[in-house]
Ligand binder design. Sequence first.
Ligand code: SF4
Length: 267
Amino acid sequence: MSENWSLYADWNPWHGCTKISPGCKFCYVYRQDEMYGAEVASNLVRKTAQFNLPLKRKRDKSWKIESGKMVFTCFTSDFLLKDADEWRAECWQMMRMRSDLLFFFFTKRIDRFMECIPEDWGDGYDNVFVGCTVENQEMATYRLPIFKSLPIKHKIIIVAPMLTSIDLLPYLDASIEEVAVSGESGVNARPCYYDWILSVREQCVLRGVPFRFHQTGAYFVKDGKMYRIPRRYQLSQAHKANIDYLIDQFYVPQKPKFEWKEEDYHD
Ligand code: SF4
């Protein structure tokens, strides 16, 4: 898996979200809005100036998002959010038109998937990757059987922020292209235990499913000791642990990222 960030692009067609489960408690969208002094409440969902980004061209008529990129989609909201129902059809259309790009979104609302897909979805678009987020056992037990049953070509399980140990074994097989695990960021972050992470890794190895330790989170417990990891080291520290498994064989995203640019988010 390449570390070359030029392979990636961000597309946030709308911004803002409503909290739905324990993993949302310290949602990074809310935290970033607060940090940047956003004037609109984080739970008021609005289209952004980036809405049509995949179809935008530069002055020389080439695509603004160049062919071949993996596009992190809707990372400042949830792509399956009900408040965005009237906008989503256009996004699917753009994804279909830009079949030269790969689109990746993840969601805590996988139970809404079938009511959100376009008519021509069939067994899934080849260029769309969907991540089902689970943060504890309860959410895994509820969401993953639904996720497994859905017509999606590329399925990824995102364990983030990891709040408890989780048994994923019943859901791991060749239909899952990757399991990515992260602790929680932010000043109020809940701790993540290395033992939980190693356990998920073991489950993945048992089933031959690629595993990625994506980031440590802010409070990381290893060998009974709690470490405070500054934001800038959370990715690199996870990488240093060197416990990823089969990851290089798969072109899947690894960068939940949110960089605020005022011009992208004005109403
Ligand atoms: S679903 Fe995601 S974006 Fe929405 S509130 Fe929860 S953590 Fe935030």
